[in-house]
Write a new protein. Structure first.
Length: 292
């Protein structure tokens, strides 16, 4: 006999992917963590295949698990759509769309993405994730994200061109480069496309530079720049400067970085189109969009 996949267990599997683990999934589903674990084990028993495995202190999906997750989204989506058709919108469970974006320019990109998704899927609950580009594309390929906008150069994954993100130099008000020695910079930990752009452009102009402060996330870079530790190359889609920083107009211009959008396989293609259009419109409003 062919196995029967439990819709409740499939919801738990999706929650584990969307919320990054069993504990958070249990909290969102108002279930115990052991109940969520039992649901996943039930799926493994039904299929006779491993779905998740331990990776140090984390849990990750196996290849079979990633495939099951993709099918689970289709099954649950079809189930919920059927419920809405049979009972109407009231009493039906709203679908969830999870979108991700690189943290560079996320304060403007994410609102545009969220609005675009809601225009296409007004009944959906939109959740967002901010992360590095490579992690975002990996999450899309695992089925954890429905859509991601990321820095194209940061990953080998090919997506739909979404526009160019302008880069500008910033520092604390009144900050000046030292009279002697290399130019102090603050940047995101390597590997980082924008960090590489900064060092490459300065080297091309024979301007010695060194990273004196680095952080795992953009918030740390902003704090270090505000503290006057050095200059930072930042992605700023709009004309408004980051709080507590001023633009360094004497620094050499740096070409923008290209953004791409990637959708989960099997997802609604209109989501990708709406997302790309939203990002292009945002960048075009700043006069920086160079996509043909």
């Amino acid at each position: 006999m062919r196995p029967v996949l439990d819709i409740v267990a499939l919801r738990s599997l999706i929650a584990v992917a969307d919320y990054g683990g069993f504990h958070r999934a249990a909290g969102e589903l108002t279930l115990s963590q052991s109940a969520v674990s039992q649901h996943v084990r039930r799926l493994e028993k039904a299929l006779g295949l491993p779905v998740v495995e331990r990776d140090g202190r984390k849990t990750r999906f196996t290849a079979h698990g990633a495939q099951l997750l993709e099918e689970a989204r289709l099954i649950v989506g079809a189930h919920d759509a059927a419920v809405r058709r049979l009972l109407g919108e009231e009493g039906a469970t709203a679908a969830t769309v999870v979108v991700g974006a690189t943290e560079h320019g996320a304060d403007q990109i994410l609102p545009a993405l969220t609005e675009a998704v809601r225009e296409v899927r007004p009944d959906a609950e939109v959740r967002v994730r901010i992360d590095r580009s490579a992690r975002l594309t990996e999450a899309v390929e695992r089925g954890e994200l429905d859509l991601a906008v990321y820095v194209t150069e940061a990953t080998a994954t090919e997506g739909a061109p979404a526009g160019d993100l302008p880069l500008r130099w910033y520092a604390a008000p009144g900050w000046k480069p030292p009279a002697a020695g290399p130019l102090p910079l603050v940047a995101v930990n390597a590997p980082c496309v924008i960090r590489r752009r900064a060092l490459t452009e300065l080297a091309a102009r024979r301007t010695p530079a060194t990273v004196v402060a680095e952080a795992g996330y953009l918030a740390g870079v902003l704090d270090a720049a505000r503290a006057g530790l050095g200059a930072a190359l930042l992605a700023v889609p709009g004309g408004q400067d980051p709080d507590g920083l001023t633009q360094c107009r004497d620094f050499p211009p740096v070409p923008p970085v290209r953004l791409s959008a990637l959708a989960r396989r099997g997802s609604d293609p209109s989501l990708t189109g709406a997302a790309v259009e939203a990002v292009r419109t945002l960048l075009a409003s700043c006069g920086t969009d160079r996509v043909a």
